[in-house]
Design a protein around this ligand. Structure first.
Ligand code: IPE
Ligand code: IPE
Ligand code: MG
Length: 242
């Protein structure tokens, strides 16, 4: 079975999972961390090269204050709890997004785990936190524009490959498989540029219930797809007279 090199997931449905059980939304987020832990392990075992998880969007600040602060404490405690295990499994964790908006405590924890796992040679794990796809495109444009202004880069050399490299995902392959749990069929400002040719997979399963079997179902679906990248089916399958 063809395993996707890079899997990108919008982990959605924590709130509804909790609501259906008359629990506070934060309980759903706690369960969501457990799902993330299982999926990280399963992807690493399956030989996925890179896993990107959407943990907090640049728009999620609009949520009630207690939910936002609860999520921030959850990020800190999850990092404290998981750092050693990630290192043991050789998972290299990095955060993408504008981390300057986070508390110094959270920023320090992020830097600590990134440092601890920097030399790990296994799966790359990107956590998108205070991330927005438009923000990413904008910051890449600013970086490249600054290089053009300083004379370091000729405008004519600003091509797709250079732009891609300036994105926060610059040193990983573009996502092959996009998964969104929780039933919504939208991107919600996730990896806007990077998803150009990703296979999209949507499931109604709420994130706290998404487990290794759900992941295998998504992988099996992915493996059945023919990725044509603009070519004909015959060209891709290598049929004669393509
Ligand atoms: C996704 O679950 C997690 C975050 C956005 C942090 P939601 O909290 O969006 O869950 P629903 O969509 O309300 O069910
Ligand atoms: C997207 O989910 C962000 C994360 C999963 C972190 P949302 O639940 O915030 O997306 P919308 O608001 O329904 O589009
Ligand atoms: Mg949601």
């Amino acid at each position: 079975m063809t395993v996707p090199r890079h899997v990108a997931i919008v982990m959605d449905g924590n709130g509804r999972w909790a609501k259906a059980r008359f629990l506070p939304r934060l309980m759903g987020h706690h369960r969501g961390v457990e799902s993330a832990r299982k999926v990280i392990r399963a992807c690493s075992d399956a030989g996925v090269e890179c896993l990107t998880l959407f943990a907090f969007s640049s728009e999620n600040w609009k949520r009630p204050e207690d939910e936002v602060s609860g999520l921030m404490s959850l990020f800190v405690s999850a990092l404290e709890r998981e750092a050693a295990a990630l290192q043991r499994h050789q998972v290299r964790m990095q955060f993408i997004g504008d981390r300057s908006a986070f508390s110094t405590e959270l920023q320090d924890k992020i830097a600590q785990v990134e440092g601890m796992t920097a030399a790990c040679g296994g799966m790359r794990l990107l956590i998108a936190a205070n991330y927005g796809g438009r923000w990413d495109i904008l910051q890449a444009a600013q970086t490249l524009a600054a290089q053009v202004v300083s004379g370091e880069l000729a405008l004519a050399d600003m091509d797709e490959a250079r732009f891609d490299a300036a994105l926060s995902t610059g040193d990983v392959p573009t996502p092959d498989l996009f998964i969104r749990t929780g039933g919504e069929r939208r991107i919600s400002n996730f990896l806007m540029w990077q998803l150009a040719y990703a296979e999209l997979y949507f499931t109604d399963t709420l994130w706290p219930e998404f487990d290794e079997a759900s992941l295998q179902t998504a992988f099996a679906d992915f493996a059945r797809r023919q990725r044509r990248f603009g070519m004909t089916g015959d060209q891709v399958s290598g049929a004669k007279n393509a």
